[in-house]
Design a protein around this ligand. Structure first.
Ligand code: GDP
Length: 299
């Protein structure tokens, strides 16, 4: 939380700066609203959420008779929390009565997929769960090596296939091994080459179908690099078309992310941000919490 605050607060972050423009003025007039709107638009919040926030807040301050910016903080906080939506179910699908729960992790290479799988395994191990990893990117041997390294760091086994093997067959083997070992959770790290949309669609769709011959996929997490802004949004749309995403992991929120992407991605995909990555280390993964996020922005 402290780290989130340090990263997202004040001058570090575009969304935070945008929000604080409103609170730092002498009075709230037309110019203030215009400036507020402009700064929000540069923060990856997207046009529609920006307009909604401005409208809701204007109406509210009018009704409540607030013109003093220093008194607008509470209203801003509440309207923003509504936008981030604390009512979304952010519980991870890592529990299942009949084990194992299967979590597929998808996303473009370089977004932090493998790192996220490693960190998530760590979180689950700390919850006393037996975890198994599946390295389904058979195209790059380095990808499986990297996952295996994470596996040994966290103390969980990694199932991998030969280079060039069919990704779906490796996924099948990983889940089979998970069932045999009575693991609680199998985390499946998939390939993220955006070569062609159909290629990706075929591959991810097949991986999911083949896994589901043995056990339901309880969660499909899309990993997005929060620093990539609108590019990230484009990726998100493509993945959402090819596989049913159940949650988003926003990585690199410790980097140069502008922050607004949280709201935009939830809106567009209709699924919650469930986890955030706050660094490269093994403990740098945190559950996403709407109120904490907003408080970090406003601090
Ligand atoms: P993949 O290709 O999607 O599997 O991506 P990797 O897991 O290999 O990560 C790509 C790079 O991003 C690596 O250098 C990671 O250390 C880094 N990375 C991943 N998550 C985070 C994060 O939350 N914050 C920061 N700063 N770096 C991250």
């Amino acid at each position: 939380l402290v780290r989130l605050r340090r990263r997202l607060s004040g001058s570090n972050n575009a969304l935070s700066r945008g929000l604080l423009t409103l609170l730092s003025r002498d009075k709230i007039d037309e110019d203030t609203w215009e400036e507020f709107e402009d700064t929000l638009l540069t923060s990856d919040l997207g046009v529609k959420p920006t307009m909604e926030l401005v409208e809701a807040l204007r109406a509210r301050l009018r009704v409540e008779g607030i013109s003093d910016p220093s008194k607008a903080r509470g209203a801003l906080r509440e309207e923003l929390i509504k936008l981030v939506d604390p009512s979304l179910n952010r519980t991870l699908g890592t529990t299942r009565s009949q084990t194992p729960a299967v979590v597929m992790v998808v996303g473009v290479n370089g977004t932090g997929k493998t790192t996220t799988v490693g960190k998530l395994a760590r979180v689950l191990v700390a919850e006393d769960k037996d975890v198994m990893l599946g390295a389904v990117d058979t195209f790059r041997a380095a990808a499986a090596d990297q996952l295996e390294t994470w596996g040994s760091r966290v103390g969980v086994p990694t199932i991998r296939g030969a280079e060039g093997a069919d990704p779906a067959s490796v996924a099948f083997e990983a889940v089979k091994a998970g069932i045999e070992a009575e693991a609680d959770v199998v985390l499946v790290d998939t390939a993220g080459r955006l070569h062609t949309k159909t290629g990706l669609m075929d591959e991810l769709g097949k991986v999911k179908r083949v896994i589901e011959r043995q056990a339901p996929v309880t969660e499909v997490l899309l990993v997005l690099d929060a620093t990539t802004g609108q590019n990230g949004m484009t990726q998100a749309r493509i993945f959402a078309e090819v596989v049913d995403i159940t949650g988003v992991v926003l990585t690199k929120l410790d980097g140069s992310a502008k922050g607004g992407i949280v709201i935009q991605v939830q809106r567009e995909l209709g699924v919650p941000v469930k986890l955030v990555g706050l660094g490269e280390g093994v403990d740098d993964l945190a559950p996403f919490d709407a109120e904490q996020f907003v408080d970090a922005l406003l601090s």
